[in-house]
Design a protein around this ligand. Structure first.
Ligand SMILES: N[C@@H](CCC(=O)N[C@@H](CSC=O)C(=O)NCC(=O)O)C(=O)O
Length: 293
C-alpha cells in the first residue's frame, strides 16, 4: 500500500484525506492531500485537478483556506495538493531562506549538488505521484482511490505553484487537459525569485533556465489552443515588485500567435488566499469544462 492515511475529514459533502507516502524519487516521505467529492464516494469515476502551492506552503494551506472544494464538489472533481518540496533532509542551506530550499522547490529536477539527488519534483509530480495515486485502491491503499480517473487530469497553482502548473503543462503536452494559475511567477529567468532558485537548482547557464520558464516555453508550444486561465491581483505586492511578470508571458503568447489564454487582472486583490478563495470556483469551473468534456 503506497499511502498512509493520516486524517479523513468530512468536507463539502465529500472527504479530505491527508496522506503520506515514501517517495523513491525524492528519497523522503512526502505529504499529499486529496479531496474526494461525494460522486467519488458514491462509486463514480471522477477527474482530477492538481493544485501546486506557493513558497512556504504545505498541502494544508490551500486545502484549509483556498475553498477549491466548493467548486470541486459541484462539478464532481477530485483535488490533489502535493507538497512543495521534499522535507527533513537537512541539506546545507535548506532552511536558510523562505524562497529557496525546503518548501521552495520551484517544481524542477535540480541539476546541482546538493539538491540533485532529492529535489526532483518534476519527475515526482509527472511520474511517481500519478503512478501511485491512479494505480487503484489495492496499490494506493486509501478509501476512494479506485474512483480517481488518471486519464482526466488538469493542473493549477499559485505563485511558485503557478509557475509549476504552467511549466509542467507546457513541457508535457497531453498530460493535462487544461491549466490555470493564480499570480504565477510567469517569467522566472527575469525576476529575483527565479534567478535565485534557478541559479541554486540548475546552475549559471541561462539557456538551461529557459527550459523551465513558462514565457520561454510557450514560444515553442505546438499543442493548439492553450486552454489556460490566469488571474493576477492588481494589489499584489509581488506583482508590483515584478516577481510575477504576467505581461511578459502575455506578450510571448501574442508573439507566438497562440489562442486560448484568458489573463484577468482582478482589481485590488493581493497575493494571499483571500485572492485564491475569491476565484477558486472559476478555476475549478475552467478545469471541469475540459475534464468533463
Ligand atoms: N513569508 C513571506 C510571504 C510568503 C508568501 O506570501 N507565500 C505565499 C506564496 S508566495 C509564492 O510562491 C503563500 O502562499 N503563503 C502561504 C499562505 O498561507 O499565505 C513574507 O513574509 O513576505
Amino acid at each position: 500500500m503506497a499511502f498512509t492515511t493520516k486524517a479523513s475529514i468530512a468536507n463539502f459533502g465529500g472527504r479530505l484525506l491527508k496522506l503520506s507516502h515514501k517517495s523513491a524519487t525524492t528519497g523522503t516521505d512526502m505529504a499529499v492531500s486529496v479531496f474526494l467529492p461525494a460522486q467519488a464516494l458514491a462509486g463514480s469515476r471522477v477527474p482530477v485537478l492538481i493544485y501546486l502551492s506557493g513558497l512556504t506552503c504545505s498541502p494544508d494551506n490551500c486545502s484549509e483556506k483556498g475553498f477549491f472544494q466548493h467548486g470541486a464538489a459541484r462539478h464532481g472533481v477530485a483535488l490533489v495538493w502535493p507538497d512543495t518540496s521534499p522535507r527533513g533532509l537537512n541539506l546545507p542551506g535548506e532552511k536558510d531562506s523562505w524562497d529557496f530550499g525546503e518548501a521552495a522547490s520551484f517544481y524542477v529536477d535540480a541539476a546541482r549538488d546538493p539538491w540533485s539527488a532529492n529535489y526532483r519534483m518534476e519527475s515526482y509530480l509527472t511520474q511517481e505521484l500519478p503512478s501511485l495515486l491512479f494505480g487503484g485502491q489495492a496499490k494506493a491503499g486509501f478509501e476512494g482511490a479506485d474512483s480517481l480517473d488518471g486519464g482526466r487530469v488538469s493542473i493549477t497553482g499559485h505563485s511558485m505553484g503557478g509557475h509549476g502548473a504552467l511549466t509542467l503543462y507546457l513541457k508535457h503536452p497531453g498530460m493535462y487537459r487544461s491549466v490555470s494559475a493564480f499570480a504565477p511567477i510567469a517569467n522566472p529567468s527575469q525576476c529575483p525569485w527565479g534567478e535565485k532558485a534557478f541559479t541554486g537548482y540548475l546552475g549559471e547557464d541561462r539557456e538551461e533556465w529557459k527550459k523551465h520558464d513558462a514565457t520561454e516555453l510557450v514560444k515553442g508550444w505546438k499543442g493548439g489552443d492553450l486552454k489556460m486561465l490566469i488571474d493576477v491581483g492588481t494589489g499584489d505586492n509581488f506583482y508590483k515588485q515584478k516577481q510575477l511578470l504576467p505581461e511578459n508571458f502575455e506578450q510571448a503568447v501574442k508573439g507566438a500567435g497562440l489562442s486560448g489564454l484568458t489573463l484577468r487582472y482582478q482589481d485590488g486583490y493581493d497575493h494571499s488566499y483571500f485572492f485564491m478563495s475569491s476565484f477558486s470556483d472559476d478555476h475549478v469551473a475552467h478545469a471541469a469544462k475540459y475534464l468533463n468534456a
